[in-house]
Design a protein around this ligand. Sequence first.
Ligand SMILES: Cc1cc2nc3c(=O)[nH]c(=O)nc-3n(C[C@H](O)[C@H](O)[C@H](O)COP(=O)(O)OP(=O)(O)OC[C@H]3O[C@@H](n4cnc5c(N)ncnc54)[C@H](O)[C@@H]3O)c2cc1C
Length: 444
Amino acid sequence: MNRRDLLKLGTLVTAVTATSVFGATQVKEEPKKEEKIIKPLNNGDRVIIIGGGFAGLTVAKNIKLNNAKAEVIVFESKNIFASCPYSNLWFGGVKNVDYNNLVFSPLKPASNYDFDIINDKVVSINRDKKLVTTLNGSYEYSLLVISTGIEYDYSTFGLDEKEARKAYSKFPASYNGGFEQLSLKENIENFKGGVFVITVPKGIYRCPPAPYERASLVADYFKSKKINAKVVVLDPREKPAAKAKGFLEAFNTLYKDYLEYIPNANITKIDVDKKTIFYDKTNLKEAETTKESLVFDDANIIPSNKASKLLANSGLELTPEGWGRVKTPTFRSLNDDSVYLVGDVLGEYPFPKSAQMAHSCGIILGEQIAKRLNKEDPKEGSVYPQNVCYSLVSQNSGIYVTHKAYLDTDGKVKVKTELFEDIEKETFDSTKAWYAGITSNIFE
Ligand SMILES: Cc1cc2nc3c(=O)[nH]c(=O)nc-3n(C[C@H](O)[C@H](O)[C@H](O)COP(=O)(O)OP(=O)(O)OC[C@H]3O[C@@H](n4cnc5c(N)ncnc54)[C@H](O)[C@@H]3O)c2cc1C
C-alpha cells in the first residue's frame, strides 16, 4: 500500500451501522453501498486474508515463503495481537508470566516477509465481484482466505442484546485477546472471597480444555493467597470436554476445598444485576431434571462460540452449527473455489479449535496457495495437520493431548487422538517451549 492509498483510507466516509459481537440479535453491519475500490487489481493476483490471528498470519507468511512475488493483504480489526494461549497462566499468577508475554506486533513478520497488514474491519464480501468491503473502502481479490476466529453468542444463556452487553462488560469472557483479558485479570486480583463462577460454553467452542485449565489456575491462585473462595464450574456436559480424567483428578485432589465442578448444568438465564445464574440440572441416573440457581460474587461468563456472520452473509456453505464447510480434503469453500477457510472458523473436519491446529493448517494452506498462484499443482491432501495442546492444572504441572489428522479409506478426514493425563511437572516446561516456538515462528 503506498502513501496515496493510505491517505484515501483516512478520508473515505464510512456508512456502517452499529456492530454487535454478542450474537443475541442480528445487527446489520453493512455499508450502504460498496465504497470506491481502493486498490484495483488490474489483472494481477492478490490474496486477501480476513483476520490476522494465529491462522491468518501463518497463511500470509507461508504464501510469501513459497512465492515471494505474491501480493498478500491481511485485514485485522484489532490494533494489537493479544494471545489467548498462555493467558490462563497469567490469570493464575504463574511465576514469570506477565501481560507482555501475550502481546505481539504483526508488523515485524509483515515487514520481514513483505505482506501488508491493514488495521481495518471487513464488513462484507461480494463473491460475484470478488470484492471485500472494509470500514474504509473496497478491495478486489483473486483469492480470499477467511480466518476470522470466533464470535460470542450469549443467546444460548437466555440473554438478549442488552443483557449480553452487560454480561460482557461486567463478567468478561476473555475468550478473545485484548481488553477483556485486562478486565478479567483485574477481577481475579480484586476478588475478596466467596463464589467465583466459570461457565463452560454450550456447543462447539474454541480450545475445549481452556475453561478447565482456567478454573484450576484461578483456584490455585485463590488457594495460594489464602482467599476464602470457591471456583464453581458450570458445565452443560457430563464431564470436561477434553482431558476429562486429568482435570477431574486435579479438581478432586489439588482443589478439593477450592473448586466445585457441576456437570450436566444447562444454563437457561443469567440475572447480571442480581448475580444469579439459573440452570437445569440433569441427574442422569434418576433421569430427572431439576431447576437450580446459583448466586455468585464474581464470574467469568464464557458464552457459546459461533463463526463470523460474514460467512452466512456472503452465502458460503455452512455446517448446521454455522461453521465453514470446505471440499474434502482441501481448505477451499464447498461452494466457492476462490475462497479458503482456515482456523477456528472451519467446521468441516473434526479438528479441535486450537492455535496449534490453526498454525499447522496455515502452513499447509500457505504453501498450497503459493503453488496455485504459480500455476503449479497445489497437491491438496498430500499433508495433514497435527496438534498438541498443553493444559496446566497448577502453577507448575500439567496434562496434554495430541491430534494427528489423516485421510481415511472412506474418503473422510479424521483425527487420531492421544491423551497424556498424568499430572506431570515436565509438562510445564513443554508448555513454555511450545508457546515460545509458535509465537517466534509467527512473529519473527
Ligand atoms: C483461554 C484460551 C486458551 C487457549 N490456549 C490454547 C493453547 O494452549 N493452545 C492452543 O493451541 N490453542 C489455545 N487456544 C485456542 C486459540 O486461541 C485459538 O484456537 C486460535 O486463536 C485460533 O486462531 P484463528 O486464527 O482461527 O483465530 P484468532 O486467533 O482469534 O484470529 C482471528 C482474527 O480475526 C480478526 N477478525 C475477525 N473478524 C474480522 C473482520 N471482519 N475483519 C478483520 N479482522 C477480523 C480478529 O480480530 C482476530 O484477531 C486458547 C484459547 C483460549 C480462549
